[in-house]
Design a protein around this ligand. Structure first.
Ligand code: DGT
Ligand code: CA
Ligand code: CA
Ligand code: ZN
Length: 575
């Protein structure tokens, strides 16, 4: 997979181009746009290039001839000349530094020219010596903020977004299956549990050609270097920046092995104790009785749980949050699945910061089997996202009406992602809001408020009577921005009273609410909406990450609004 690496390179090229005032602003913008497209693409650009060449690349939005050329150059040589040249001029690790909250390329350049800070380590030293606060335009506060930003980054170090790790894992499993060398290959570990970030990939394999398989995996295009090579276990470092364990498993142990390597660790420790109490021994090879015979052969996970008197729960629930007790009482919830989803209620178009027309988004959603799609472009205060004012919203409603009249085979709902302003009021006139089928409210700006103020702000919006869904309720961006200060219990309580749903934003770096907060929110009688927040058609596939979070938070289809058919949904929205 070249996608994430290329996206990073293009971002960094854009950062460096922006530093030169003589260069037109359009050039860095073009690189950023390409980075956004490629970084969130589900298909690997390497594969697109292999199958359809330069023309295939140029069909991607934001990818023209010159950027397609860069991609080709990178695939063939592992380098981009333009990048290397810029790097000579600016020997600074922009991509590392700009991952720190509050650090842009301009600040990074200033730190380089004034203090010779080239990377995060240099920055840490400069902070320790209190050199930052002396700089013009920085000060003590921003020195502290940078220190906090670094701490956040380090606490997440090496953990990759599920949205990057899972497609790579699937790509590797497919290659293994296509190789003809393996009977089975399966991703386990945190990836299978759909944890929001992944530390490493764990892939289990059944094969009669162990030696050849281990050769095959070490020679895959995706591999940067081999960390450990053995007859039954091989660990490689992948080019995308993640390590991957491959384990060869005996067919008779496969169930026990997938159970063990899916984890999580605490779940495993508990289930092992349960096994001991019942007179068994459980390990990655099987479930053994007292005479050390493999009691249930360990062929399938289901049988292992069953032999211990339990129902088998989906991997997403195996987090030691009480699931084993429920399994023993045969009271596991029937958690929501992707097949239950009938629509997507948070989608952007060209009318604000999306890449595609309403029609294109709707047709793609139809292809995915959705019955309705809510278009939710931004309101005017969201300048960076091209937000619309009231009169622009009216034209946009007209367009939706026309599309529905024409009939695309999928219903388009009229909505908007309306900013919840600093004082808790909404960014559009009541008259405009009343024309929407439902309204999403979001906090985007002034996020540095203290907890009490922020909580009041959101609750005031919930009580306005206009809102139906609160989007990405904590505002966090995984590994990049902390959630803002907010008392979620108070928010959930108010949401319950006012029949306002909480969003599970499925965009890979948001996943907001996250699993823990969903678990907490489930105690209240509130609805959830699992939305992709798509900005281009391929993003509509992010639904599965939101579903992963919902399953990790034990939600059933009953808790989720967009499992309802349109009529019932609109009734809930009417209040
Ligand atoms: P990660 O890689 O940090 O995102 O998280 P996991 O859950 O994939 O953890 P990993 O790769 O270290 O190990 C894979 C699974 O193997 C883990 O979920 C449970 C099992 N496992 C690993 N270490 C232990 C252990 O010390 N005891 C037990 N019972 N199971 C373990
Ligand atoms: Ca792992
Ligand atoms: Ca591992
Ligand atoms: Zn949005």
């Amino acid at each position: 997979m070249y996608n994430s690496k290329l996206a990073e390179l293009f971002e960094e090229i854009a950062d460096m181009l922006e530093l030169d005032p003589k260069i037109s602003r359009f050039e860095p913008r073009a690189y950023r746009k390409a980075a956004m497209t490629i970084g969130t693409l589900q298909e690997d650009v390497g594969e697109i290039y292999e199958k359809r060449g330069l023309n295939g690349l140029m069909e991607l939005s934001g990818v023209g001839k010159s950027i397609a050329g860069h991609i080709e150059e990178y695939i063939k040589t592992g380098k981009i000349k333009k990048y290397e040249e810029l790097k000579k001029k600016y020997p600074v690790d922009f991509s590392g530094l700009t991952k720190i909250q509050g650090m842009g390329a301009k600040k990074a350049l200033k730190l380089y020219t004034e203090l010779n800070v080239k990377n995060v380590d240099d920055l840490k030293k400069a902070i320790e010596r209190h050199r930052i606060r002396e700089l013009e335009g920085f000060g003590e506060r921003s020195e502290e903020e940078l220190a906090k930003g670094i701490a956040l980054l380090e606490s997440s170090k090496g953990r990759m977004l599920l949205g990057t790790a899972l497609p790579e894992a699937e790509n590797i499993v497919k290659k293994l299956m296509d190789s003809g060398l393996v009977e089975k290959a399966m991703v386990c570990g945190s990836t299978r549990r759909m944890k929001e970030t992944v530390g490493d990939l764990d892939i289990l394999i059944i094969s009669k050609n162990g030696e050849k398989v281990m050769d095959f995996v070490t020679k895959m295009n995706e591999v940067e270097n081999i960390m450990l090579r053995g007859p039954t276990k091989t660990t490689v470092w992948l080019k995308i920046g993640l390590s991957c364990d491959f384990r060869l498993i005996e067919p008779t142990s496969f169930g026990a092995a997938t159970q063990y390597f899916t984890g999580n660790k605490n779940h495993n420790i508990k289930i092992r104790e349960i096994a001991i109490k019942k007179g068994y021994k459980l390990n990655e090879y099987g479930l053994f009785d007292k005479k050390n015979r493999n009691a249930v052969a360990g062929k399938g996970e289901e049988e292992i749980y069953k032999a211990l008197g339990m129902d088998c729960m989906p991997p997403e629930m195996r987090e030691d949050r009480g699931e084993l007790d429920l399994a023993a009482q045969h009271k596991l919830p029937q958690v929501v699945g992707l097949d239950d989803i009938l629509g997507d209620l948070h989608v952007h178009s060209k009318h604000s910061d999306g890449d595609s027309t309403i029609e294109e988004m709707a047709l793609e959603a139809k292809k995915l089997g959705r019955k309705y799609i809510g278009i939710t472009d931004h309101s005017k205060s969201e300048h960076v996202a091209n937000g619309m004012d009231d009169s622009q919203f009216l034209k946009y409603f007209d367009e939706i009406d026309r599309l529905n009249d024409r009939g695309l085979g999928i219903k388009i709902l009229k909505s908007g992602e309306v900013d919840i302003l600093k004082d808790g009021t909404l960014d559009l006139k009541d008259k405009t809001l009343e024309q929407m089928d439902y309204v999403i409210g979001s906090v985007h700006m002034n996020t540095n408020m203290d907890k009490e103020e922020m909580t009041k702000r959101v609750i005031k919006a919930i009580e306005s009577g206009h809102l139906n869904i609160i989007a990405h309720p904590t505002g966090r961006l995984i590994n990049r921005r902390e959630p803002f200060q907010i008392d979620l219990d108070n928010v959930f309580e108010s949401a319950e009273k006012n029949n306002v749903a909480m969003e599970i934003d499925a965009f890979p770096d948001r996943l907001d609410l996250n699993d823990e907060n969903i678990f907490k929110a489930k105690k209240y009688k509130i609805n959830f909406s699992i939305d992709t927040d798509a900005h281009r058609p391929s993003h509509l596939q992010f639904m599965r990450y939101g579903i992963g979070m919902a399953r990790r938070g034990w939600l059933t289809a009953h808790n989720v609004l967009n499992t309802l058919p349109e009529e019932k949904l609109l009734k809930v929205f009417k209040k």
